[in-house]
Design a protein around this ligand. Sequence first.
Ligand code: THU
Length: 135
Amino acid sequence: MPQLSEDYKQLIELANEARRRAYVPYSHYAVGSALRTKTGRVFTGVNIENAAYPQTMCAERVAIFKAISEGEREIEVISVVTETGGSPCGGCRQVLAEFGLDTIVLIADAKGKLIQKTTVAELLPGAFTSEKLSR
Ligand code: THU
Protein backbone atom coordinates (compact mmCIF):
# COMPACT_ATOMS: atom_id res chain seq x y z
CA MET A 1 0.00 0.00 0.00
CA PRO A 2 1.24 3.52 -0.80
CA GLN A 3 2.33 5.89 1.99
CA LEU A 4 -0.60 7.93 3.18
CA SER A 5 -0.24 11.70 3.42
CA GLU A 6 -1.21 13.33 6.74
CA ASP A 7 -4.11 14.90 4.92
CA TYR A 8 -5.48 11.51 3.83
CA LYS A 9 -4.91 10.03 7.29
CA GLN A 10 -6.93 12.85 8.78
CA LEU A 11 -9.84 12.21 6.40
CA ILE A 12 -9.82 8.54 7.39
CA GLU A 13 -9.77 9.47 11.09
CA LEU A 14 -12.66 11.89 10.62
CA ALA A 15 -14.70 9.22 8.83
CA ASN A 16 -13.90 6.71 11.56
CA GLU A 17 -14.99 9.16 14.28
CA ALA A 18 -18.15 9.93 12.33
CA ARG A 19 -19.05 6.21 12.32
CA ARG A 20 -19.97 6.57 16.00
CA ARG A 21 -22.83 8.82 14.92
CA ALA A 22 -24.16 6.39 12.30
CA TYR A 23 -27.85 5.61 12.79
CA VAL A 24 -27.90 1.87 12.13
CA PRO A 25 -30.50 0.14 14.33
CA TYR A 26 -31.31 -2.38 11.58
CA SER A 27 -28.06 -3.44 9.92
CA HIS A 28 -25.64 -2.47 12.74
CA TYR A 29 -23.25 -1.76 9.86
CA ALA A 30 -21.84 1.67 10.70
CA VAL A 31 -20.31 3.61 7.82
CA GLY A 32 -18.47 6.92 8.07
CA SER A 33 -17.29 9.14 5.29
CA ALA A 34 -15.28 12.35 5.07
CA LEU A 35 -14.51 14.35 1.97
CA ARG A 36 -12.42 17.36 1.04
CA THR A 37 -13.61 19.61 -1.74
CA LYS A 38 -11.31 21.27 -4.29
CA THR A 39 -11.78 24.50 -2.35
CA GLY A 40 -10.45 22.78 0.78
CA ARG A 41 -13.61 22.38 2.83
CA VAL A 42 -14.23 19.15 4.72
CA PHE A 43 -17.62 17.45 5.19
CA THR A 44 -18.47 14.22 6.98
CA GLY A 45 -21.38 11.80 6.65
CA VAL A 46 -22.80 8.66 8.25
CA ASN A 47 -25.37 6.16 7.10
CA ILE A 48 -28.88 6.92 8.33
CA GLU A 49 -31.29 4.00 8.32
CA ASN A 50 -35.07 3.97 8.42
CA ALA A 51 -37.80 1.57 9.52
CA ALA A 52 -38.93 1.79 5.90
CA TYR A 53 -35.64 0.23 4.77
CA PRO A 54 -35.34 1.74 1.25
CA GLN A 55 -35.37 5.24 2.75
CA THR A 56 -31.92 4.55 4.23
CA MET A 57 -29.17 6.91 3.11
CA CYS A 58 -25.53 5.92 2.71
CA ALA A 59 -22.73 7.74 4.53
CA GLU A 60 -20.99 8.82 1.32
CA ARG A 61 -24.12 10.43 -0.06
CA VAL A 62 -24.78 12.28 3.19
CA ALA A 63 -21.26 13.77 3.00
CA ILE A 64 -21.62 14.57 -0.72
CA PHE A 65 -25.06 16.15 -0.31
CA LYS A 66 -23.86 18.24 2.62
CA ALA A 67 -21.02 19.57 0.46
CA ILE A 68 -23.16 20.22 -2.60
CA SER A 69 -25.90 21.89 -0.58
CA GLU A 70 -23.27 24.25 0.85
CA GLY A 71 -22.30 25.37 -2.65
CA GLU A 72 -19.43 22.99 -3.40
CA ARG A 73 -19.26 21.23 -6.77
CA GLU A 74 -15.94 19.42 -6.96
CA ILE A 75 -14.67 16.71 -4.63
CA GLU A 76 -10.92 16.18 -4.44
CA VAL A 77 -10.93 13.13 -2.19
CA ILE A 78 -13.43 11.08 -0.17
CA SER A 79 -12.76 8.50 2.53
CA VAL A 80 -15.12 5.66 3.46
CA VAL A 81 -14.62 3.71 6.67
CA THR A 82 -16.41 0.55 7.81
CA GLU A 83 -15.40 -2.15 10.30
CA THR A 84 -13.72 -4.25 7.63
CA GLY A 85 -13.10 -1.74 4.83
CA GLY A 86 -16.17 -2.30 2.67
CA SER A 87 -16.42 -0.75 -0.77
CA PRO A 88 -18.87 2.06 -1.74
CA CYS A 89 -22.16 0.85 -3.23
CA GLY A 90 -23.11 1.37 -6.87
CA GLY A 91 -25.51 4.21 -6.07
CA CYS A 92 -22.80 6.16 -4.25
CA ARG A 93 -20.36 5.54 -7.12
CA GLN A 94 -22.90 7.05 -9.52
CA VAL A 95 -23.48 10.10 -7.30
CA LEU A 96 -19.71 10.57 -6.93
CA ALA A 97 -19.33 10.37 -10.73
CA GLU A 98 -21.62 13.39 -11.09
CA PHE A 99 -19.06 15.54 -9.27
CA GLY A 100 -15.81 14.22 -10.73
CA LEU A 101 -14.47 11.00 -12.20
CA ASP A 102 -11.01 11.92 -10.90
CA THR A 103 -12.09 12.07 -7.26
CA ILE A 104 -9.75 9.96 -5.14
CA VAL A 105 -11.51 7.33 -3.01
CA LEU A 106 -9.85 6.05 0.17
CA ILE A 107 -11.36 2.86 1.58
CA ALA A 108 -10.25 2.02 5.12
CA ASP A 109 -11.16 -0.22 8.03
CA ALA A 110 -11.97 0.71 11.63
CA LYS A 111 -8.30 0.43 12.61
CA GLY A 112 -7.57 3.17 10.09
CA LYS A 113 -5.83 0.75 7.75
CA LEU A 114 -6.05 1.73 4.10
CA ILE A 115 -7.63 -1.13 2.18
CA GLN A 116 -7.78 0.54 -1.22
CA LYS A 117 -6.85 3.89 -2.76
CA THR A 118 -8.65 4.31 -6.04
CA THR A 119 -10.64 6.80 -8.13
CA VAL A 120 -14.28 7.12 -9.10
CA ALA A 121 -13.35 6.36 -12.74
CA GLU A 122 -11.81 3.07 -11.62
CA LEU A 123 -14.76 2.20 -9.41
CA LEU A 124 -17.33 2.99 -12.09
CA PRO A 125 -15.98 2.26 -15.57
CA GLY A 126 -18.24 3.56 -18.34
CA ALA A 127 -20.03 5.87 -15.93
CA PHE A 128 -23.21 7.52 -17.13
CA THR A 129 -22.48 11.25 -17.02
CA SER A 130 -24.10 14.48 -18.22
CA GLU A 131 -22.32 14.28 -21.61
CA LYS A 132 -24.35 11.18 -22.39
CA LEU A 133 -27.52 13.24 -22.13
CA SER A 134 -26.74 15.31 -25.25
CA ARG A 135 -29.18 14.57 -28.05
N1 THU B 1 -24.03 1.72 3.25
C1 THU B 1 -23.34 2.89 3.21
O1 THU B 1 -23.51 3.78 4.06
N2 THU B 1 -22.47 3.07 2.19
C2 THU B 1 -22.21 2.15 1.22
O2 THU B 1 -21.50 2.45 0.26
C3 THU B 1 -22.73 0.79 1.36
C4 THU B 1 -23.89 0.67 2.28
C5 THU B 1 -24.96 1.51 4.38
C6 THU B 1 -26.40 1.44 4.00
C7 THU B 1 -26.97 0.65 5.16
O3 THU B 1 -27.24 1.53 6.23
C8 THU B 1 -25.85 -0.28 5.56
O4 THU B 1 -24.67 0.28 5.00
C9 THU B 1 -26.01 -1.71 5.09
O5 THU B 1 -26.26 -1.76 3.73
